[in-house]
Design a protein around this ligand. Structure first.
Ligand SMILES: [Zn+2]
Ligand SMILES: [Zn+2]
Length: 125
């Protein structure tokens, strides 16, 4: 399973796709170099909307080669993604988010400016 951690409220959400163009049965998404990918819809936009606080932010999976979405309507925040088994323990997820945040800072921190990398520091401190 892929889990996204909201950089605003630290809620953890499992990433599923319910259909990008045509609705389908919610399906767990898979990691890809383009971000999360759905077996039915293909790569999904590198964007995440938290179900708890409603914040739309960029999404970063370790190893992703495209930058997380930023722009109109997207908060200057990036949600890290951790890969873990279903029903993973919170500390397991947390170390996954820490890893993602650190990788993001080293791959995209310069490109995006430190602010965006710092938005993930909620997960590393
Ligand atoms: Zn889909
Ligand atoms: Zn949130």
């Amino acid at each position: 399973m892929l889990y996204a951690g909201c950089s605003r409220c630290q809620s953890v959400t499992t990433l599923v796709c319910g259909g990008r163009f045509m609705p389908h049965v919610p399906l767990a998404v898979e990691p890809s170099p383009m971000g999360a990918a759905c077996a039915w819809c293909g790569p999904l936009p590198p964007i995440f909307t938290c179900m708890v606080c409603g914040t739309t932010q960029g999404l970063y999976l370790p190893g992703m080669t495209v930058p997380p979405a930023q722009g109109a309507g997207v908060a200057p925040l990036v949600a890290p993604v951790a890969q873990a088994p279903q029903n993973a323990a919170p500390h397991q997820l947390r170390s996954g988010f820490e890893e993602a945040a650190q990788q993001f800072a080293s791959s995209f921190g310069k490109q995006f400016g430190q602010n965006l990398a710092n938005s993930m520091s909620t997960w590393t401190s």
